[in-house]
Design a protein around this ligand. Structure first.
Ligand code: PBG
Length: 326
C-alpha cells in the first residue's frame, strides 16, 4: 500500500500517539555513571576537557554516589588516579590504593542500592601509561599483564565490588579474572568485559581526566576502527571465557557494532558513550550550536535503539533527572 492509502504521519500526530508507538525505552536504570576519584585531592578538581565532570575527593565521591542512587541510575563505574605511578601499577593492586579504597567507601555508602563496578586496568596506575606491564623490549607483555589483572580483580573483590570491568584488551583477560575470582570464593562478583574496545581518538578527554602518562598509542591491543568481524570474534571469545556482560566502546561511531554484537550473544550488552562523545556535545552546546538536553536524550536513545541494554555515560545523573521531568 502506498500513498494516498498509506500515511505514516498519522502515527506522529500527538504526543500521546508518539508515546504509544515509541519502540525504544530509555530509563535511569539503563544508565551507568563513570566516576573519577583522585588520591590526595583536597577539593574536587574540574576536568577542563569535560565540562561538568570532576576528579572527586573521597568526600565528594560519597556525596555524588548518593545523588546518583537517588536519581535511580543503574550503576556506577569507578576509576581512580593515584598520587604515584610506577612500572607495574602497584597502586592498582594495593588494598589501600585509591581505587580499592573508593570501592570500599562507595559500597559502605550505598550497599546494594545500585551496582558498583570498577575499571580493571593498569593504565591509570602505570608511569608509562600502558594498560599492562612492559616486556624488556618495551612492548606490552600480554601474559605478565594477566597476572597483574588477577591480583587487581582479587583486590577489588575484597573491597566489595559487585562487577569488575576488565578494559585492557589483553588476550585471555576474562578467563584469568574469572578463575582468580572463583579461586578465592568470589563467585558472585560479575565480569563486564570490555569485549570490543577500539583504539579511538574519542578517548582524548578521558586521558586528561585520569592524567594519563601515555606517550605512544594502544594500537597493538585495542582494535582497529576499520574492523567489525574482529569485534564479533572478541565478543564470542569473552562470552566463552565467562563474561557475564559484554561492552562495545566507544558507542556512537560504532552503533553498527552494537547492533551486531546484540544479535550475536545472549548476555546483556553495554555500550560506553566515551569522553569525546560527551565533550563534543557539551562544547557545541556551550557555543549555542545545539540544544544540549535534546541532544543528550537523542544520543542515549540512539545507543539503546542500536541494541545496548546498558549505556555508560557521563550524563547518567543529568539524563535521569531529565527523564523524571518528562
Ligand atoms: C582504560 C580506559 C579508557 C577509557 C575507559 N577505560 C581509556 C583508554 O583506553 O585510553 C576511556 C573512557 C572515555 O574516554 O570516556 N582504563
Amino acid at each position: 500500500m502506498a500513498y494516498p492509502d498509506s500515511r505514516p504521519r498519522r502515527l506522529r500526530t500527538t504526543n500521546a500517539m508518539r508515546r504509544l508507538v515509541a519502540q525504544t525505552t530509555l530509563e535511569p536504570r539503563h544508565l551507568v555513571l563513570p566516576m573519577f576519584v583522585r588520591e590526595g585531592a583536597e577539593e574536587p578538581r574540574p576536568v577542563p576537557s569535560m565540562p561538568g565532570v570532576v576528579q572527586h575527593t573521597m568526600e565528594s565521591l560519597r556525596k555524588a554516589v548518593v545523588e546518583a542512587v537517588e536519581a535511580g541510575v543503574g550503576g556506577l563505574m569507578l576509576f581512580a588516579i593515584p598520587e604515584h605511578k610506577d612500572a607495574i601499577g602497584s597502586r592498582g593492586t594495593d588494598a589501600d590504593g585509591p581505587l580499592n579504597a573508593a570501592i570500599r567507601e562507595v559500597v559502605a555508602e550505598v550497599g546494594d542500592a545500585t551496582v558498583v563496578m570498577a575499571d580493571l586496568c593498569l593504565d591509570e596506575f602505570t608511569d608509562h601509561g600502558h594498560c599492562g606491564v612492559l616486556a624488556a623490549d618495551g612492548t606490552v607483555d600480554n601474559d605478565a599483564t594477566l597476572d597483574r589483572y588477577a591480583q587487581m580483580a582479587l583486590a577489588q573483590a575484597e573491597a566489595g565490588v559487585h562487577v569488575v570491568g576488565p578494559s585492557g584488551m589483553m588476550d585471555g583477560q576474562v578467563r584469568t579474572v574469572r578463575r582468580a575470582l572463583d579461586g578465592a570464593g568470589h563467585t558472585d562478583v560479575a565480569v563486564l568485559a570490555y569485549a570490543t574496545k577500539y583504539a579511538s581518538a574519542f578517548y582524548g578527554p578521558f586521558r586528561d581526566a585520569v592524567e594519563s602518562s601515555l606517550s605512544g598509542d594502544r594500537l597493538t591491543y585495542q582494535q582497529d576502527p576499520a574492523n567489525a568481524l574482529e569485534a564479533l570474534r572478541e565478543t564470542a571469545l569473552d562470552v566463552d571465557e565467562g563474561a557475564d556482560m559484554v561492552m562495545v566502546k566507544p558507542a556512537m561511531s560504532y552503533l553498527d557494532v552494537v547492533a551486531r554484537v546484540r544479535d550475536l550473544v545472549d548476555v546483556p550488552v553495554a555500550a560506553y558513550q566515551v569522553s569525546g562523545e560527551y565533550s563534543m556535545i557539551e562544547a557545541a552546546a556551550a557555543q549555542g550550536w545545539i540544544d544540549r538536553d535534546r541532544a543528550v536524550i537523542e544520543a542515549l536513545t540512539s545507543i539503546r535503539r542500536a541494541g545496548a541494554d546498558i549505556v555508560l555515560t557521563y550524563w547518567a545523573v543529568d539524563a535521569a533527572h531529565q527523564l523524571r521531568r518528562r
